[in-house]
Design a protein around this ligand. Structure first.
Ligand SMILES: N[C@@H](CCC(=O)N[C@@H](CS)C(=O)NCC(=O)O)C(=O)O
Length: 351
């Protein structure tokens, strides 16, 4: 573009532009000179980078951006492609929206990567752009591409489903049990949940939540109250993952659900050994709430999504239900969690 110079650039682009939409009564020569100066100096790239994130957040931002910057409106797709052929950077994202079956089909194509490795390294950014566009086209997110693999009774599966519900993301649930051959295709360790979004695959609940947090719009599931609250959030998640799930679910709840003791009875020894650990963990969690309804800060975070599905089970068996009786903060916070649509929408059918 710099090599061609302004005269050649403007002679090429002028017939390709929608003049009314682009110039809006302004002097075309001066407008194009300003656009050329911005484009060839690279200044526009900085301003584009800064506004990229806002691009799909709604008409308000869009209008502001349009009023602040010189936008070149091409007559049609062919005109843009002709321009790009001559002056483009050769990496191009095409988005087409087509009416289909009473809905909108969103199709994206990204061309111009120098090699396949660069293309493949770009996959998650690409999927994330697609997700944001999907949300833009349909706020409820039913254009989604997400699948959660795992039996809906699993606390970890529920954590992921609640996170998706909190963000308003549509998904498909494939209720596979641990070690199912189909599940092993997505998680070689055979545990649930596993998660896919288009071509992207994840397992391990904290990692899945991290992706959900960053790849989709919607309310943040990380505390916005600063580094202390964020570190506390991670602390409770880590406690649950490393210790509390083991004591509360594996060594306690599951002993009742799948009894392995004599005469089909729950294994008393395993249960009794778990109880002091559960009591100690519940004390720490009870203290964490203080007067608040959330484990970290004053808003819902991932920590609450990890804990709430476990509390549901603790309320259903005798020793743990008694422990909850003497821990009012956990009970109060859980009542607040139960009132959330994400909780109701993911409640397992206990028969
Ligand atoms: N660290 C894994 C734990 C997942 C997990 O243990 N899920 C349970 C169901 S709630 C499971 O698959 N259990 C089967 C097994 O341990 O073999 C995560 O965070 O996703």
């Amino acid at each position: 573009m710099q090599k061609s110079g302004f005269a050649e650039w403007s002679a090429t682009i002028r017939p390709l532009l929608d003049k009314e939409a682009t110039f809006k009564g302004a002097d075309p020569e001066a407008f194009l000179q300003g656009a050329y100066d911005g484009l060839s100096s690279g200044i526009h790239l900085k301003s584009q980078g800064a506004t990229d994130d806002l691009a799909f957040k709604g008409p308000g931002n869009l209008a502001k951006r349009i009023s602040q910057e010189r936008i070149l409106h091409f007559k049609d797709g062919d005109a843009f492609l002709a321009y790009n052929e001559k002056f483009g950077t050769r990496t191009l994202i095409e988005v087409t929206l087509t009416d289909k079956d009473g809905g909108t089909l969103l199709h994206m194509r990204h061309t111009g990567f120098p090699d396949t490795a660069t293309r493949d390294a770009h996959t998650s950014g690409w999927q994330s752009v697609f997700n944001r566009l999907s949300d833009y086209v349909e706020a409820e997110g039913s254009a989604g591409t997400v699948t959660v693999y795992g039996d809906g009774r699993s606390t970890y599966v529920r954590t992921v489903r609640m996170a998706l519900a909190e963000k308003g993301i549509a998904y498909k649930l494939d209720p596979l049990t641990p070690r199912d051959p189909e599940l092993l295709k997505h998680n070689p360790f055979g545990r649930i949940p596993a998660f896919t979004d288009g071509p992207l695959e994840f397992f391990e609940t904290r990692a899945i939540l991290s992706y959900i947090e960053e790849a989709f719009d919607g309310p943040s599931l990380i505390s916005q109250a600063g580094p202390t609250a964020r570190a506390r959030c991670e602390k409770w998640i880590s406690l649950i993952n490393c210790h509390a799930y083991d004591a509360m679910v594996r060594r306690y709840v599951l002993q009742y659900v799948f009894p392995s003791g004599e005469n089909g009875q729950p294994d008393r020894k395993t249960i009794d050994a778990a109880l002091p650990d559960i009591a100690k963990q519940l004390d720490a969690l009870e203290h964490a709430y203080g007067g608040r309804d959330f484990l970290a800060g004053n808003t819902l975070t991932m920590a609450d999504l990890f804990f709430a599905p476990i509390v549901e089970y603790l309320g259903r068996f005798p020793e743990s239900a008694a422990m909850l009786e003497s821990r009012p903060n956990i009970r109060r916070a859980h009542t607040a969690m139960r009132a959330r649509p994400s909780y109701a929408a993911t409640q397992p059918n206990f028969g």
